[in-house]
Write a protein that binds this ligand. Sequence first.
Ligand code: RRO
Length: 310
Amino acid sequence: MVDFCAITLKRPIVNGSGTFDAIAARRAFGVALLRDFPFGAFVSKTITLSPREGNPPPRLWEAQAGMINSIGLPNRGLHGYLEHDLPQLAELGVPLITNVMGSTAAEVSQLVEALDDRDEVAAIELNVSCPNVATGLDIGADPGSLAALVRAVRPLTGKPLIVKLTPNTADVAAVALAAQTEGADAVSLINTLRATALDRSGAPWLGGVTGGLSGPAIRAIALAQVAAVARRVSLPIVGMGGVSSGAHAADLIAAGATLVAVGTESFRDPAAGCRIWEELKSLQIAGSGSTTVNAAQAQVEVDVNSGDSA
Ligand code: RRO
């Protein structure tokens, strides 16, 4: 069991927002999905106030060691999420973290207030880091803008507020510190790195022109940024970026993460979260001879006796 902002998770592995469609997976795999759900908590795709179509295609580019997405936040909007998605997500049997994004503090405030009313929502993640819409990048890149946003929304909910940070900034730790100072409960990082791809004629391949790079290519950057943030803030951290094995998860935990999110790897293997958790447990048991690996990993207590098959 892992404690994260007073939420109890059965495993320290979660999904990166927008990288696992739990409703489609439930349709495809039925109750088998729930018997060993890959994640200790489920993080929703980013929700905006109004429905969005997303960016024009093509939306994906396979890079040498990862992929570039330019999805552009397609979603049903707040009302559609509350009416359609949330009741289905509540059946997953794990705590739900709803990820939201708005272009103004007023928009984000409306989202946070609406989610605060819903018992199904365990925590709210503020996405200030989508590389595929200009407003998202600006707020998360600047400590002052982020501080103003967190100051505006913090009083609107008693639920844990997680701020999803962008790697596309000069000093990610300064932004994390601004989030902490204004009362955020946790930070998550990294979102994707702004990137682009050209077709053979030299024209942009992606419909949105630029996108976000994820996967193995960004793992070393994620590790450096999580370590930098852990040195500057005391908040719990959800670390992510190119994780595809238990050893990668252990690296992020050693760098200071409390939870580790799996993103791009779940597209290749929807059960990756289960495998990564099994690998992490084996490493922790082999590495420590006890149930807790070291001080940096103190919050990840492996219940050897239960075997936690969740
Ligand atoms: O939808 C997207 O294009 C997207 C989002 Br909201 C995000 O936070 N990160 C990303 O790489 N893509």
